[in-house]
Design a protein around this ligand. Sequence first.
Ligand code: PHE
Length: 337
Amino acid sequence: MIDKIEKILADIKAFQADNKEALEQFRIQYLSKKGTITELFTEFKQVAPEMRKEMGMKLNELKNTIQDIIDEQQKKFETKSEGKTDIDLSLPVYAMNGSRHPLSIVRNEINDIFKRLGFVVAEGPEVEDDFHVFSALNFPPDHPARDMQDTFFVTKSPDVVLRTHTSSVQVRVMEQGKLPIRIIAPGRVFRNEAISARAHCIFHQIEGLYIDKNVSFADLKQTLYHFVQEYFGEGTKVRFRPSYFPFTETSAEMDISCNICGGEGCNICKHTGWVEILGCGICDPNILKACNIDPEEYTGFAFGMGIERIAMLKYQINDLRLFFENDLRFLKQFENA
Ligand code: PHE
């Protein structure tokens, strides 16, 4: 039997498969259920006890050698058969030219801060129905924000609109009914506004939603305070002013001490020392009800900010249109950001 094994070993060492089929044939000949190795293992049962150890080792060596040959040769067919070229797809992307858009940079930075607080990113469609953009968010039927002035309609009755805020994503997440919820919804939004240095018909938001038992306004304040310290630097002051949104009660707008003049007063903060950065509030119980969440058991907070506004403050950009013109002279300034 030893001779037999030695002979096979010698035979197969020089084996070269010309194609996949030949390799498969080779595998069947040696390793399949009815193959040579199985036969040898059957023979092995009759081997005298004193020979067993040596024989067993030889047999295993043979089996491993065959497997190695197959594995090795398989590689050459894999690369060829998948039609791969000389292009190395695993090369790092940063070796290429180009840089991130400032809005992407800012969005990623804001996302990262909230991710560290346990928020996960949620996304939804830009073309939405009335329910997710307005009705579920407690907008009365005659609310001015539904007016043609603000909203781009795709079709009328049924109302299909371009979302005017990413709160629609919050509704979609609430509908799924999995509690607690801790999400941020970054995305593009649309409003029918005249384009100027301070307004655009397309812009970007990041909205947040946190629903759990015992969520209070204190949680909202602390979360946003933490965000501001991380993003605009320690020592940045915040203040909340009462406000109104149909979907929150209590509602507030949050200002930060002007990061450009440090609160002294400048053009950006219109000499007040404060700049508004977001809207926020405690979820109105009606919102929770509309999504089948029991407001007696659960409470939540929400907030929403414009990414352009944050980017303008961070990089001291005074014209919103620059973000959309893709002038290379503008974009190149963010290459190392
Ligand atoms: N959705 C509001 C807007 O687009 C922002 C907001 C979100 C306000 C959540 C309060 C709570 O203006």
